[in-house]
Design a protein around this ligand. Sequence first.
Ligand code: ATP
Ligand code: MG
Length: 258
Amino acid sequence: MSALSVKNVSKIFPALNNKNQSVQALQDVSLEVNENEFVSILGHSGCGKTTLLNLIAGFESPTSGSIFCAEKAVKDPGADRSMVFQDYALFPWLTVRDNIAFGLHLKRINSASIEQSVMHFANLVGLSAFVDSYPHQLSGGMRQRVSIARALAVNPTVLLMDEPFAALDAQNRSMMQQEMIRILAEESKTVVLVTHSIEESINLSDVIVVLTRRPGRVKAVIRVPEPRKMIEDTPSYLEIRKKIRALINDEHDISDTV
Ligand SMILES: Nc1ncnc2c1ncn2[C@@H]1O[C@H](COP(=O)(O)OP(=O)(O)OP(=O)(O)O)[C@@H](O)[C@H]1O
Ligand SMILES: [Mg+2]
């Protein structure tokens, strides 16, 4: 079944006044994501990747085209699509427990089930010993684990991730990628990840979507031959990396207006 369906979506941000021009961020983007599939979106800075996630999340509306999550038209934000942001976006005044529980309180679930769920997801991301800590007491990698636990706790149909590991150093980033593989092996999920890292997309994805420069259009859809089992520097890894690099480097600068 299709977990997420993006159909012919374009997005134009209108001019705010007569001094600036409207900006076309996306043009006729279509995308099908199957249940439990991991899809990465790659493309140059400013090509509309965050815009695409914001449209799927329902934070913005497309200028034309439509989006369906599990066959239901996306109109507003909803718990069926949860987002993990680059800067974690945790509530600093809440403990890890209450951060993870946040979306569950909104769902009006009873407190015993909430606690059970919090402990399940804290355990899944390896933070069961830190549920009473506050975000400022955690490292960047740990904060991002809380953010992932919070996003998963509401049992979304689709997990959206906007450069979730970009703020981490190389070592932590690679560790979080391994963690993501482990978490998804335990808890199957449909994921759409925006990243600048070709390697990250190869390590994590079933499918990699390369966008053109702005206005972002789908330039290529590439299937990873052995999803989450690719080994760096093997011939098949080097081949797919070369192919994606060529697609991205092939994109030239274009004018800044619609
Ligand atoms: N709310 C907005 N109002 C006006 N223009 C916007 C808005 N959000 C994004 N844009 C414009 O749309 C284009 C795409 O932006 P977007 O943030 O989606 O790019 P991106 O691919 O995520 O870039 P990066 O890789 O740098 O994060 C940019 O030109 C940006 O200035
Ligand atoms: Mg972005």
